[in-house]
Design a protein around this ligand. Structure first.
Ligand SMILES: [Zn+2]
Length: 304
């Protein structure tokens, strides 16, 4: 599947605070998700959204090509794409960071739904997880295990009472992302905001596009969109970071206190072990169990 026509988004980058315009274009089968920096003219401006182009970063997911050209904070648009059924698109962007918009994937999904999808010829391949693969860091764990289709199981535990312990598990088939996760926003603590600002980060962050908490208080006006919005957002991030596998994953992802860097380490561990996964050509029934199937109106029936 690709989008039926171009769709544009404008906003500011969460960390740079700089205005940016981004346009999603239709792309052919097997193109994948590729960014193209339209402001770069002296080097290769194309950056494939794939796991081995990820540069570790605690705060966001950043991809960089062999010429050192990068684009950051890609996780929410990546989640929106796979969560709405788009596997192939060329994303033109005129700056180094994806716009944060409302801090969730909701506006991206709305734009993709307005554009609609177009079915492509050629079979859709998926990555079947064959055995458990796990990475750990202190108390944080990220794991992939065999399952019929993608399941995301996440737990977090924060000292701030406004977040506390939260866990949620979702089978991602049949639009679960759009119904349950897409509108959950990035969250952080007021102390993190102070630290990031002091280090020239989060310059585009506001109390509207991030849930900011301090102890037992939610400082963002209007409060939370869901009682467990933080863990839902972690699941959104996980879907976006797993999309960097380059194809849909058939397996169960378990994250405990995990973040962007750990999910990327997990993908690296999966692909480093040839016995841990295999390519599988999706049957029509399998294609219909993928996260974005049935979310958008489509010009064709085949879920490719
Ligand atoms: Zn996020």
């Amino acid at each position: 599947m690709t989008i039926a026509k171009p769709v544009a988004f404008e906003g500011v980058g969460l960390h740079t605070g700089a205005p940016v315009r981004m346009v999603l274009h239709p792309a052919p089968s097997d193109h994948g998700i590729v960014f193209r920096r339209t402001d770069i003219t002296d080097r290769n401006p194309r950056i494939a959204a794939i796991w081995d182009r990820v540069t570790p970063s605690k705060l966001c997911t950043l991809i960089e090509n062999e010429d050192g050209v990068s684009v950051s904070t890609i996780e929410h648009i990546m989640a929106a794409l796979v969560g709405a059924g788009v596997h192939n698109t060329l994303i033109e962007i005129d700056g180094p960071e994806v716009p944060i918009l409302d801090g969730s994937s909701a506006e991206f999904v709305a734009g993709i739904q307005a554009a609609g999808l177009r079915a492509l010829s050629g079979a859709l391949r998926a990555i079947r997880v064959l055995k458990p693969v796990e990475v750990r860091e202190g108390e944080a764990v990220a794991r992939l295990e065999p399952a019929a289709s993608l399941v995301i199981d996440f737990s977090i535990d924060f000292a701030d009472a406004a977040i506390g312990k939260q866990e949620k598990r979702l089978n991602m088939a049949n639009g679960a992302f759009v119904r349950e996760l897409m509108d959950s926003r990035t969250f952080c603590r007021q102390a993190d905001v102070d630290f990031m600002r002091a280090n020239g980060l989060a310059l585009g962050g506001t109390y509207e596009n991030a849930v900011v908490v301090d102890g037992d208080k939610v400082l963002s006006p209007g409060g939370l969109r869901h009682a467990d919005e933080p863990v839902r957002h972690k699941m959104l991030d996980a879907l976006g970071d797993l999309a960097l596998a380059g194809a849909p994953i058939l397996g169960r992802y378990v994250g405990a206190r995990a973040g962007h860097a750990m999910t990327n380490r997990l993908l690296r561990a999966l692909f480093a072990d040839p016995e841990a996964w295999e390519w599988e050509t999706c049957s029509p029934a399998q294609a219909y169990s993928l996260p974005g199937a049935g979310v958008c109106r489509a010009a064709g029936l085949a879920a490719r």
